[in-house]
Ligand binder design. Structure first.
Ligand SMILES: Nc1ncnc2c1ncn2[C@@H]1O[C@H](COP(=O)(O)OP(=O)(O)OP(=O)(O)O)[C@@H](O)[C@H]1O
Ligand SMILES: [Mg+2]
Length: 244
């Protein structure tokens, strides 16, 4: 069974068909690039998968369960995290706070425990912070020395890294990265590519890592799904997979 199975997703905006019967699947441990020209519908497809914007027709099954119609927080809880093409970080909050937001929905602390602060809350916070630091360490010295700096003061590339870190800390089964290297130079781009490969080979970053051996993960990686396979502008149809 595919980890993600998309069938015949269609999305229209007024008269504009942004997605026309798009189908694709993704297996655990795979890296799939969705490529297409501006306006092809890549972001729209991400929005349809993550519940940000429901498709008009079609099905998205994650781990065998239909997720079309589920709200974004529930999709996230099921193990899909994402980054945004137009960066969404909390500018006033520090780097570590921004990343900790990514673990918020995993916690069991309600409003009363947050006020009364039983020992469990402290333990949860410590564990969350440690987990976030582990993920931030994946970015070398880019973010770790800036833990208490407000996110608005970061460079554009570092804000992108921060978004990726926030997407990783929940230990997702699937991460959707929308133009993760936009605004980065070739060297920085290569670093992000290497990081994505490393995470894939390790089977994730959290306690939910798969037990699949690294070599097998490497073999299953790197597939591209092209928009506009026959000259149409929008993503449509079942595009062939090609090795990347
Ligand atoms: N909320 C919206 N309302 C109306 N039209 C929209 C909306 N979102 C996207 N579109 C249109 O749908 C089409 C697909 O847009 P989308 O942003 O998904 O493309 P994309 O492949 O991500 O492009 P880019 O490479 O520029 O990011 C475009 O023509 C866009 O103008
Ligand atoms: Mg886009």
């Amino acid at each position: 069974m595919a980890l993600l199975q998309i069938e015949q997703i269609t999305k229209e905006f007024g008269g504009l068909k942004a997605l026309r019967a798009v189908s694709l699947h993704l297996d655990e441990g795979e890296i799939v690039s969705l490529i297409g020209p501006n306006g092809a519908g890549k972001t729209t497809l991400f929005n349809c998968i993550t519940g940000t914007m429901p498709p008009d027709r079609g099905s998205v099954r994650f781990n065998g369960e239909e997720i079309v119609g589920r709200p974004p927080h529930e999709v996230a809880r099921r193990g899909i995290s994402r980054t945004f093409q137009h960066i969404r970080v909390f500018g006033q909050m520090s780097v570590i706070e921004n990343v900790m937001v990514g673990r918020d929905f995993r916690g069991r602390t309600g409003i009363f425990s947050a006020l009364l602060r039983p020992p469990r809350v402290g333990r949860e916070e410590t564990e969350n912070r440690e987990r976030c630091l582990e993920v931030l360490a994946l970015f070398g010295e880019r973010l770790l020395p800036r833990l208490d700096q407000p996110a608005r003061e970061l460079s554009y590339a570092n804000r992108r890294r921060l978004e990726i870190a926030r997407a990783l800390v929940s230990g997702p089964k699937l991460i959707l990265l929308d133009e993760p290297t936009a605004g980065m130079n070739p060297h920085e781009t290569q670093q992000v590519v290497d990081l994505i490969r490393l995470i894939c080979e390790r089977g994730g970053v959290g306690p939910h890592r798969s037990s699949r051996p690294r070599r097998e993960n490497r073999r299953r990686s790197a597939r591209r799904h092209r928009g506009r396979p026959d000259g149409h502008r929008s993503l449509h149809g079942r595009a062939p997979a090609c090795s990347g």
